[in-house]
Design a protein around this ligand. Structure first.
Ligand SMILES: [Zn+2]
Ligand SMILES: [Zn+2]
Length: 450
């Protein structure tokens, strides 16, 4: 079959592009089965079907095209865009990942001199930037599964390459998450395997720093994971509860405010131990972390995550309190101050969270009262300026005062600001609501203690 020329599409190929646009996987599959359809055909702009599917965020069709031999590195686009660039522009993490797995070159630049990661960053698709920056080709790891030079055996047993690859390409660097990833694979979760793995990580780290195009970010990531692995070894050797013991230690909050001190210290220590002290990234990290008192913001985890994933606008509030996974949406129903991925994460955290939950609840309520006061101050100002008669001004507060006294009762301890708010009618209303919900919550606390 002749090499595809730009815009030289037959009817079936035109139909293929059309069904890709509609996201009709079944139809696309039928067309790709036809002998006359070339999987790498080019439209008039030099776009392949894969580029179209990637740009439009059609995950299943991308997978289908790759299975049919689509060339992920085809570079005939009029402005030098690759399928990976289109994936990055689309903001679809899964497709971006798929292109990389299929062997997409990361360093190719388009006609304006931008790489796929830079293009994605340019349009604000930071999740895709993260995926690209954290990708580590499997072949690079497979190198260590073959004996090199005088070695009799490989540095990394073949069976460990898969699980290790999964860990080093993760974009969630939460120490608990890393330990969970280790734990889920019985081949990995033993001392000897962990030792081999951390040595390979140290070698990759060294390579990243010594190669011509130095990659400090990847070096730091490898070093950090290596440090967590060393902690795993320590717990596997010395603790009866093994990796569960490590997870518990990492999650355990201090008495005062539930802050996980051990976790913070381990991350700080890992960063400090980075063996290349001249690295700019190391100096940046140390500068951001050193002045922060343990327990204050930013945490070492958030600083490290920002540096390694390139994530901007990192808001800790959307990350699972237990494992750091992004997009956690389940809130503790009692305190409403911590969020989790799911019940598994909540259960893992409960042994320590139960000690600070009610205290956090008070903090939450205080915050709500404060913000309500702020809002009401504004509302009162607006209201005052729109009120026409004095009557309205004087009659309102009376009613609310009555209501408050009835409903508040002896709960003064729980909401310390109550006396102040008693003079403000609008806040009075709000408080009543708060107290009712607080009562419900109180009941819940008792339930869960039983
Ligand atoms: Zn709670
Ligand atoms: Zn989680």
């Amino acid at each position: 079959m002749a090499l595809p020329k730009k815009g030289d599409l037959n009817e079936e190929e035109k139909a293929l592009l059309e069904v890709i646009g509609k996201g009709n996987t079944e139809e696309a599959s039928k067309l790709l089965g036809s002998k006359t359809v070339r999987v790498n055909c080019l439209d008039e702009h030099g776009m392949t079907p894969l580029m179209h599917a990637a740009y439009k965020g059609k995950v299943d069709i991308c997978r289908l095209l790759l299975r049919h031999g689509a060339d992920v590195n085809c570079n005939d686009h009029e402005h030098g865009y690759t399928a990976l660039m289109f994936a990055g522009l689309s903001g679809n993490k899964e497709i971006t990942w798929m292109m990389l797995e299929a062997g997409a070159e990361m360093d190719v630049v388009n006609s304006v001199g931008r790489t796929a990661a830079q293009m994605a960053a340019f349009v604000g698709q930071h999740d895709c930037v993260t995926v690209i920056n954290n990708f580590f080709p499997r072949e690079k790891l497979n190198y260590y599964t073959k004996p090199q030079g005088l070695d009799k055996e490989p540095k990394l047993p073949v069976k460990l390459a898969g699980p290790l690859h999964k860990i080093i390409t993760t974009t969630n660097l939460h120490p608990v998450k890393i330990v969970l990833l280790v734990k889920e694979n019985p081949l990995l979760a033993e001392v000897e395997a962990m030792q081999k793995c951390y040595k390979v990580l140290d070698l990759i780290c060294e390579k990243c720093m010594k190669q011509r195009e130095m990659n400090e970010v990847l070096a730091m990531k490898m070093h950090y994971i290596s440090c967590i692995f060393k902690k795993c070894i320590l717990f596997l050797k010395e603790r009866e509860d093994k990796l569960d013991g490590l997870i518990k230690s990492l999650l355990k909050g201090r008495e005062r405010d539930g802050f996980p001190v051990y976790q913070e210290k381990i991350i700080r220590e890992s960063i400090r131990k980075f063996p290349y002290c001249e690295a700019t990234l190391l100096q940046q990290l140390v500068r951001s972390i050193a002045p922060v008192e343990i327990g204050s913001d930013p945490t070492a985890f958030s600083v490290l995550t920002q540096a390694i994933t390139g994530q901007v606008g990192f808001v800790e509030a959307e990350f699972c309190t237990t494992c750091g996974e992004k997009g956690a949406g389940k809130r503790c129903s009692i305190c409403k101050m911590v969020i989790y991925c799911d019940q598994t994460c909540q259960k893992m955290h409960w042994f320590t969270h139960k000690k600070s939950c009610s205290m956090l609840k008070t903090t939450y309520e205080k915050q709500m009262v404060e913000s309500a006061k702020e809002k009401n101050k504004e509302a009162a100002q607006t209201a005052a300026s729109t009120l026409t008669s004095e009557e309205q001004l004087t009659s309102e507060p009376e009613i609310h005062k009555d209501m408050e006294i009835k409903s508040i009762g002896d709960q003064t301890e729980m909401i310390p600001n109550m006396k102040m708010t008693a003079s403000s009618p609008v806040v009075g209303n709000f408080l009543e609501e708060e107290i009712t919900s607080a009562n419900i919550v109180n009941e819940k606390v008792q339930e869960s203690e039983e």
